[in-house]
Write a protein that binds this ligand. Structure first.
Ligand code: DGL
Length: 257
């Protein structure tokens, strides 16, 4: 089979990576995509790095056995742990990932603090520490681990009192401080923007999805792997056998974010 006609594989610990899939399909409307949400094992963000690496390795090998032309790690947590080892293991496969969009947030010229919301694994990783070292002189940066937000999205809760109560408990220690920007450093979080705004006020949001989609398109072109007029087919798969996960996947894919 012509390699150019193979699909692009996209995966996340669950449904969050659909926020990235959306941008990918906009940037590459003719390409085919297989999205795999590992909801049976979500969240990743509170598990050990060894566990995450081994799980990502299994997911990548099963995609490669099926035949894919590129891999998008649509998860900040999995990228932080597994993107570099996967690139090393599959040097001919374009592998793109996500990292918290700290640079544009710090450089947006606003005068309040920048909040980085992410999972504990992302915030404690070497990759993020390097990013923080580059930017922490320039603006006040508040790190906010928010693992429960992942569970809300996985269970189909995209707002409401429980979500806002949890967000208020995260916001409480910073009440009275001016917060102007929020980095959504987990791919589940763009689906909760409305609730975050209702608790944090009028903030500017930053996430890495558009940059990742652009970089994926660039890498595919560079490798000569662009489809010759494909049909833009998207397939949703999930490790959780509950049928509602696929319905939820499409519902999230169709949401305005
Ligand atoms: N969506 C993932 C991310 O971007 C993490 C969710 C999880 O903890 O499983 O970090």
């Amino acid at each position: 089979m012509d390699k150019r006609e193979l699909p692009i594989a996209v995966f996340d610990s669950g449904l969050g990576g659909i926020s990235v899939l959306k941008k990918l399909t906009q940037a590459l409307p003719e390409e085919r995509f297989i999205y795999f949400g590992d909801s049976a094992n979500a969240p990743y963000g509170t598990k050990s790095r060894e566990w995450i690496l081994s799980r990502c390795d299994d997911i990548a090998s099963s995609f490669i056995e099926r035949g894919v032309k590129a891999l998008v790690v649509a998860c900040n947590t999995a990228t932080s742990v597994a993107a570099a080892p996967l690139r090393e293991k599959y040097p001919d496969l374009p592998v793109t990932g996500l990292e918290p969009a700290l640079k544009p947030a710090v450089e947006d010229g606003a005068d309040g603090a920048v909040v980085v919301m992410a999972t504990p694994v992302t915030l404690s990783g070497e990759k993020f520490k390097g990013l923080l070292d580059r930017f922490s002189e320039k603006r006040e940066i508040i790190l906010m681990g928010a693992p429960r937000l992942v569970e809300f999205v996985e269970s189909g809760v995209y707002g409401g009192e429980e979500v806002e109560g949890y967000l208020r408990s995260l916001y409480e220690p910073y009440r009275g401080r001016k917060i102007s920007s929020v980095v959504l450093g987990c791919t589940h979080f763009p689906f909760l923007k409305d609730s975050i705004s209702s608790v944090f006020g009028d903030v500017a949001f930053y996430d890495g999805a558009t940059g990742t989609a652009r970089e994926t398109a660039r890498r595919i072109k560079e490798a000569g792997l662009e489809t010759e007029g494909g049909d833009g087919y998207v397939m949703m798969e999930n490790s959780d056998p509950d049928e509602r996960m696929i319905d939820r996947s499409w519902e999230l894919f169709d949401r305005e974010i």
